[in-house]
Design a protein around this ligand. Structure first.
Ligand SMILES: NC(=[NH2+])NCCC[C@H](N)C(=O)O
Ligand SMILES: [Mn+2]
Ligand SMILES: [Mn+2]
Length: 330
């Protein structure tokens, strides 16, 4: 059965297509296993769910398939053992993202949905840069416990999954490693992004959010106004008065409360979104008819204590996708 949503920017015929971009990349943070996210979500039946339940065509794109990522990572780590650079594995993160960017840019048509399965959140550099190549004025709703807006100068951990937004917004570009210079200039304006779910933001990031006047709804705002009002305000802000503004969701599953469902993720933070809030966001954004792309990142099956914990995290990752494509809307 097809739901009644009219996707304003997509092909609405029986050929409506979801391109699934695999981004099994873990180099933006220290834990192994987050690279297994795509495999586990697909094993859970995600592709079939999109095709059979939701009636979309799907096609898999695998931009990292020719890279020996584990080998490249050990080489990078070996080199950095002596050099101890401030940011970790910069060239590797850049290389993987350039591949993701080019795949999203060249292998997805304007009227197709872009679904990227991570991987750690550094992969949003490539996926969002790719999406913006087709929809330059898209608004980004970033759902996360973290702001991921550290610059190469403010990062305390050196982990690049804490920095993707600063690269997309070209912050401190003059201090970037040479390898990142493929990222286009004037890409993401800071008034075209809004955060939902924040509760662990570094001091340097707080200053960046404030100095740039970036719209950020923390868990405090979710409690105070309710998720419905928060998502409305976020959409209104990034749409900048355009009721047809294309919208991309970048969804870090650590936005969701560990007790509610997401224990298998690398940087867990207590007291997050409950399961209904987590999915309502996707339902409401889908309902606008403006959604054009989604990332689901930071699913790490290796961090599960048992099968049940893994299943719960993987299952909500798949639900995020289905709700964003309209499954639960009548
Ligand atoms: N995508 C994530 N889970 N990011 C966590 C980032 C944590 C911390 N702010 C850092 O920069 O290291
Ligand atoms: Mn996070
Ligand atoms: Mn994140």
């Amino acid at each position: 059965m097809q739901n009644s949503i009219h996707f304003k920017h997509l092909n609405n015929s029986e050929n409506r297509t979801c391109k699934i971009v695999l981004a099994p990349f873990n180099g933006g943070q220290p834990h192994g296993g987050v690279d297994l996210g795509p495999e586990y979500m697909l094993k859970h039946g995600l592709k079939e769910q999109i095709e059979e339940t939701l009636n979309w065509k799907t096609e898999i794109i695998d931009p990292l398939k020719n890279l020996d990522l584990e080998k490249l990572k050990s080489e990078a780590d070996l080199k950095e053992k002596e050099l101890k650079p401030k940011i970790k594995r910069a060239d590797l993160v850049s290389l993987a993202n350039e591949k993701i960017y080019n795949a999203c840019k060249n292998e997805i048509k304007k009227d197709e949905f872009q679904l990227t399965l991570g991987g750690d959140h550094s992969i949003a550099i490539g996926s969002i840069a790719g999406l913006l190549s087709r929809h330059p004025d898209a608004g980004i709703i970033w759902i996360d416990a973290h702001a991921d807006i550290n610059t190469v100068n403010t990062t305390e951990s050196g982990n690049l999954h804490g920095c993707p937004v600063s690269f997309l917004a070209n912050m401190d570009r003059q201090d970037w490693p040479e390898s990142f210079k493929w990222i286009p200039e004037n890409l993401l304006k800071t008034n075209k992004i809004a955060y939902i779910g924040l509760r662990d933001v570094d001091e340097g990031e707080k200053k960046i959010l404030k100095d740039n006047n970036i719209k950020a709804f923390s868990m405090y705002h979710v409690d105070r106004f309710g998720i419905n009002s928060v998502v409305e305000q976020a959409l209104e802000h990034v749409s900048q008065g355009n009721k047809d503004c294309p919208i991309m969701i970048s969804y870090d599953v650590d936005a969701i409360d560990p007790e509610a469902s997401v224990k298998c993720t690398g940087t867990k933070v207590d007291y997050g979104l409950n399961n209904r809030e987590a999915l309502f966001l996707c339902e409401r954004i889908c309902e606008t008819g403006n959604v054009v792309a989604l990332d689901v990142v930071e699913v790490n099956p290796s961090l599960g204590a048992d099968e049940h914990e893994i299943l719960k995290t993987v299952a909500i990752g798949c639900s995020i996708v289905r709700c964003s494509l309209g499954e639960t809307l009548l």
